[in-house]
Design a binder for this molecule. Structure first.
Ligand SMILES: [Zn+2]
Length: 485
């Protein structure tokens, strides 16, 4: 008894010591900061400003107190006396990426619990929260703002945001999405099933009060619950997106939804023959219906018109679909190095089994390009789930590369991943493009992603509000840990 009391006293002192260390502001981020002066200029640098405009060579960007002060040709920009100068020769700057499907969790493992018939055993599918590695990897890859797009550990997410905002943890600015608004049945152990419209309103209000700033409806929600959730979210001033199945895109547009996740080929059930209302069709009925559709045909064109005229966005998540295509994407050492041993084994096992027809991925790409060309607001994010090969941050870069494969020019693809997300979040006056007066969220990249989009992987320094983070050090700090913490 006495001994255990003494022991708990030690534990308390120990925890108090940890708390004191943890509360020193900046202690958690200092090791990763490579540039921290109030006024600096990046000179002779190529600028891709995020508006879709062509790249401009030999520019100078002046940053003062966390904001972009001046940006223009090196020959005409006056660098303030005493400003630190960073030589940008051979480098490109782009705006910080605005990741719009960037969970703080990750696929747990390929080795799921199975019952005697091979079916998923109770309590159902679960995923691993990765609150330590996801913010670091995201920031390292150039993501300075992200939407979590569905939470499985809401109080962890809230804590991560608070610590990042206080400068105690490296990471992007977070738009936290509440726990999923899901119906019944769900295969996910970590999701609540709504019991009706009152429950939907109750949860929207509860999570808004707790600090969440966006919502996501999921595959088995019904129309009544979705309608209640959308109305309540809008009352609180927040947007609601959906990865739907039981409710069609046309139905959700009518109910006032703001955004659709993943694009339609893997989620929109509008064209499934004999679809029952409020029911997610079984198996591959949805994708099969899309396999037969012509993107230029009347049905898809009408859907695009419906989306554009109602100002409903679509979030592209090409990397998570690419994972299911045999032999794609190229296996990267940096991805494997970041993974925990079990995550790596699991990913390589599932990768070897990938067998999705590439034509489905191409069809999704074709839709996204057509939607954007028709004036739709296309957003971008990796969705770090699937077979485990899509990592936070690295996946955001891959998304931009895949948009180029889909037919966007490199500067257009960068615009989708920067300005478009900022517009959706209503923050285009602060982030998403490089211009005087904007927050200095700037990614310094070696090479020229405006010509060779793969150069977007060569991030060296990521400025968030004018403070520069060393990408390499952030990546090194999570080596071997993605999937575990
Ligand atoms: Zn997702």
């Amino acid at each position: 008894m006495r001994r255990s009391a003494k022991l708990s006293a030690y534990v308390l002192v120990f925890l108090f010591a940890i708390a004191c260390v943890a509360q020193r502001p900046g202690a958690g981020v200092a090791p990763f900061i490579s540039e921290n002066v109030p006024v600096f200029a990046i000179t002779h640098v190529r600028v891709v400003d995020g508006t879709g405009a062509s790249a401009k060579d030999d520019q100078t960007v002046v940053v003062a107190n966390g904001k972009i002060q001046t940006l223009g040709p090196t020959a005409s920009v006056q660098v303030p006396a005493g400003a630190k100068q960073i030589d940008g020769t051979g480098y490109t700057v782009i705006p910080g990426l605005v990741g719009m499907h960037d969970h703080l969790y990750y696929t747990a493992t390929a080795a799921m619990q199975r019952d005697a018939n091979g079916r998923l055993g109770e309590p159902g599918l679960f995923v691993n929260e990765i609150p330590y590695t996801a913010p670091r990897l995201s920031l390292a890859a150039g993501v300075t703002t992200l939407r979590t797009t569905g939470s499985v550990e809401p109080y962890t997410d809230l804590r991560v945001k608070r610590l990042i905002d206080q400068g105690m943890m490296p990471g992007p600015k977070l738009d936290l999405t509440a726990p999923y608004l899901e119906g019944w049945p769900t295969i996910f152990a970590q999701m609540h099933s709504l019991t009706g419209p009152d429950d939907a309103r109750r949860l929207v209000d509860y999570w808004a009060d707790e600090g969440m700033t966006s919502y996501k409806a999921y595959m088995n929600i019904n129309r009544a619950d979705l309608a209640a959730a959308i109305t309540e979210a809008h009352k609180r001033g927040f947007k609601l997106t959906g990865h739907l199945c039981s409710v069609t895109w046309h139905e959700a547009i009518t109910l006032g939804i703001d955004d659709f996740e993943h694009g339609p080929v893997f989620t929109a059930t509008d064209f499934v023959a004999n679809k029952k209302p409020d029911t997610c069709p079984s198996g591959r009925d949805g994708t099969d219906s899309w396999a037969k559709l012509d993107i230029n045909g009347p049905q898809v064109q009408e859907l695009i018109r419906d989306l554009v005229s109602h100002h409903v966005s679509v979030t592209s998540t090409l990397p998570v679909f690419e994972m299911s295509v045999a032999g794609r994407p190229p296996l990267q050492q940096r991805v494997l190095d970041a993974m925990a041993p079990d995550a790596k084994l699991s990913y390589l096992t599932l990768r070897a089994r990938s067998a999705m027809p590439e034509a489905l991925l191409k069809k999704e790409m074709e839709f996204e390009h057509a939607f954007a060309n028709a004036g739709g607001l296309l957003l971008a994010g990796p969705d770090p789930t699937g077979n485990g090969g899509t990592l936070p941050g690295f996946g955001d870069q891959r998304e931009v590369e895949l948009l180029v494969e889909a037919g966007f020019t490199p500067v257009q693809a960068i615009q989708v991943a920067t300005e478009n997300g900022a517009k959706f979040l209503g923050q285009q006056d602060k982030i998403g493009t490089l211009a005087p007066g904007k927050q200095a969220d700037i990614v310094l990249i070696k090479g020229d992603p405006s010509r060779n989009i793969v150069d977007i992987e060569n991030v060296e320094t990521v400025f968030k509000d004018g403070i520069g983070y060393d990408s390499r050090k952030l990546i090194e700090s999570i080596r071997g840990q993605v999937g575990m913490r």
